[in-house]
Write a protein that binds this ligand. Sequence first.
Ligand SMILES: [Zn+2]
Length: 252
Amino acid sequence: MGDEELLRYSRHILLPELGIEGQEKLLASRVLILGLGGLGSPVALYLASSGVGELTLVDHDTVDLTNLQRQIAHDSAQLGHTKVSSAQSHIHRLNPAVRVHTHAERANAQTLNVWLNDIDLVIDCSDNFATRHLVNRACFERKIPWIFAGAITMDAQISVFDPRDPKSPCFACLFPAELAPEEVNCASLGVLAPLVGVIGSLQALEAIKVLTHIGEPLVGRLLMLEARQMRFSEMRLKRLPSCPVCAQPSMG
Ligand SMILES: [Zn+2]
């Protein structure tokens, strides 16, 4: 690490749990962010400012006026541009050392299979269950940890799934694919802007913990925020013995 990096990351390096060793781990990390909207914006900006070495950004959409109330990686000058190029230029102004790859297309099983090569962690910032089940399966097969979150109106939730941990449940243990709840999104129900900032920031925080092995990540726990009364609550999650994704075939 050079002098400029020692200064840029000095407030990280001061943390006993992180230090120079942890910062070196971040600089060598490669993270894929799926969705550059309300959650993906703070995730991308905090991981870039924190010095995560390589970010792969995936989003098929372009920046629309209705996005700017909460999607803080984008601004009025980027209207009509792809969200990945808008986020990339913001990241470059924030921390030019971060290497950014962009894919302005939808994720499917094939594209995900290619994009997950050499990825250490995936952060799901999409807004639909089909994508999350896709990410869950791909990450389970490759033993890549991933961070789920969702936010709508004034409610949000977040959890970490780590297929390297034999006790970790997976997303399909929690939300069986055949019981997918009716899709609701911010376009139909609305969302309070700072709520996605709070939950996206928690995703970035958990990402840094997983990448640097600090503390205990939200594995096996679903953290929920009810913002009207400002109450956090937590639900313990268990592996589903009959889970179609993570149950061991030998255990029948
Ligand atoms: Zn499972």
